[in-house]
Write a protein that binds this ligand. Sequence first.
Ligand code: 0WD
Length: 255
Amino acid sequence: SGLLAGKRGLVLGVANNRSIAWGIARSARAHGAELAFTYQGDALKKRVEPLARELEAHIVGHCDVTDPASIDAAFARTAEVFPEGLDFVVHCIAFSDKDELTGRYVETSEANFTKSLLISCYSFTAIAQRAEKLMTNGGSLLTLTYYGAEKWMPHYNVMGVAKAALEASVRYLAADLGPSKIRVNAISAGPIKTLAASGIGDFRYILKWNEYNAPLRRTVTIEEVGETAAYLVSDMSRGMTGEILHVDAGYHVVG
Ligand code: 0WD
């Protein structure tokens, strides 16, 4: 029983127990979903395996979104573990060279621009292509974005440009996949201390700034993002697609 009873979901981007993907996976499981995880490389395999066990989730293997063959392999394995079909995919993946998450955006190199956009934006479209084939009864695709897509934020630089492109791709994918009854949405999360966030310059200052200025006068947790994600991949949100929902203690009305 539960909000997500009978739903099968693939979660990409669990790196450790602080990952937003982990918060989402825990909520989805608590609401009754059956889950599958990928991991990126052998270093993360060891971390992801015990977390998957905790939620009785399948592990569908290594998936590096810069390698189309590894995405294909992960989806082939997903089709095997979920022969009844796939209901949702949660994409919690982003990357930029740490050296360019500080200082001026104008210094961005072509190589890091290309890599950041490939991993942080195009990968969601690459995943949508594969997911569509498994979502024979419709489904829900969800990605994670940040306010730096909408406004200039210190140090966010090329990631802000990548997230703006990701948010635009949510709208285009929503229009393309709507006829297949596949919904496409994003959560714009407030800053949370994770592995990826620790690469951003002055991150502690950004957390403090949010605590002082967000309407709720605090930051958000991966549990809170997880609960909203559970809603977005459930039938409760069946009338919504192409939406960017802020889970940021209200910061977006201020900043
Ligand atoms: O404040 C924050 N933490 C926010 C994060 C605020 C708003 C949005 N987000 C977004 C991030 O931009 C990202 O899209 O949430 C998503 C999840 O990020 P996270 O939970 O903050 O970070 P983390 O736990 O580090 O997970 C991101 C993971 C990678 O971890 P590391 O830190 O090892 O790069 O993305 C995965 C990887 O597991 N990843 C990849 N997966 C497959 N192929 C790749 C890749 N090439 N590169 C990174």
